[in-house]
Design a protein around this ligand. Structure first.
Ligand code: FUB
Length: 316
């Protein structure tokens, strides 16, 4: 009887914290998922999130509303050097192959782990470890080797990465088996903007480079996303503003995002994670999608995080 009473109380509180919204589309799919990397391949949006630290799943949709889940696309059982903390995937398609970059083991000095890369013939995997060892195993310029984002610019693949408040950029070899020097001979360039914590992301709009990152603590309510605009992929990146953050009426800890642009349009969507109201557990994060808009001068408007989401969107 006591148990039943407790259950009704918890359920009632849950309803209080999660208001019912007609046609609510956020979170976009069920389950605790975070750090979503969203990419468009043709008419399909693929989302690669952090799942439980032991494996990755991915999700596909042709309208951002209805999703198909593909489970266990790679796991610690298939990457010899990975044991735990499989985090924050990044996805690249090159020459009809799909490359999944990931971080593993939450490495500290002297430990095995870091950023790895896996390959498949299909976006839904299964993926195989490409190298048998991490691509970036070490801590350089104070940046923990996690949270990579791979960016193609003028035929060169660059990787932004880094936790612990430091961000590096490296240049990837064409076959992704390692990194190669910049024109000045340097292998790693630190590009950390003010207040940067982790989760870098880059996109190009109207010839300008938008560099974005997460701030605050990912376990807390103040996790958020800010950005800078530059004329170069190497910066300098002067912090412009915070554009994604908690809303006391909707959710807390909104951060670690990616951005998709519908080709041939100026329609942008931000794909991010957030923690439902009333939840404080670090891993309780949901993937959500909301609209991201720009002002005339090219700056990004603060994003309104919603329960409604973006409706059914034509992706092609
Ligand atoms: O999901 C694990 C970690 O949480 C990521 O690497 C960070 O960016 C934070 O979102």
């Amino acid at each position: 009887m006591k148990k039943q009473l407790l259950f009704s109380l918890v359920a009632g509180l849950g309803l209080l914290f999660c208001p019912m919204v007609a046609n609510a589309q956020n979170p976009v799919f069920d389950g605790w998922n975070a750090d979503p990397e969203a990419v468009l391949f043709g008419d399909t949006c693929w989302v690669y999130p952090t799942v439980n630290g032991k494996r990755f799943d991915c999700f596909a949709s042709t309208n951002l509303k209805d999703w198909t889940k593909y489970e266990d696309i790679i796991s610690v059982n298939t990457v010899s050097w990975a044991e735990r903390c499989l985090w924050a995937p990044a996805m690249v398609r090159k020459d009809n192959k799909y490359y999944l970059f990931f971080s593993a083991n939450d490495v500290h000095e002297g430990e095995i782990g870091g950023i790895g890369v896996a390959v498949s013939d299909k976006p839904q995997g299964p993926f195989e470890d490409l190298l048998g060892h991490p691509l970036i195993p070490n801590i350089v310029n104070g940046a923990q080797p996690i949270d990579q984002y791979v960016f193609l610019d003028n035929g060169e693949y660059y990787m932004y990465y880094g936790g612990w408040g430091h961000c590096n950029i490296v240049r990837l070899k064409d076959d992704f088996t390692g990194i190669k020097p910049f024109d000045d001979g340097e292998m790693y360039k630190e590009i950390t903007p003010e207040k940067y914590v982790e989760g870098p992301f880059m996109f190009k709009r109207n010839g300008r480079y938008y560099f974005m990152w997460s701030e605050g603590s990912w376990t807390g309510p103040d996790y958020s996303v800010s950005y800078a605009i530059s004329d170069s992929p190497f910066g300098p990146f002067r912090r412009e503003a915070k554009i994604l953050q908690q809303d006391p009426e909707v959710a807390t800890g909104a951060g670690h995002h990616s951005v998709i642009n519908i080709p041939g349009t100026d329609d942008y969507y931000i794909v991010y994670h957030r923690r439902p109201l009333g939840h404080t557990e670090a891993g309780h994060r949901h993937v959500c999608i909301d609209k991201m808009e720009f002002l005339e001068d090219g700056t990004i408007k603060p994003v309104k995080i919603t329960f409604e989401g973006v409706g059914a969107v034509k992706l092609k």
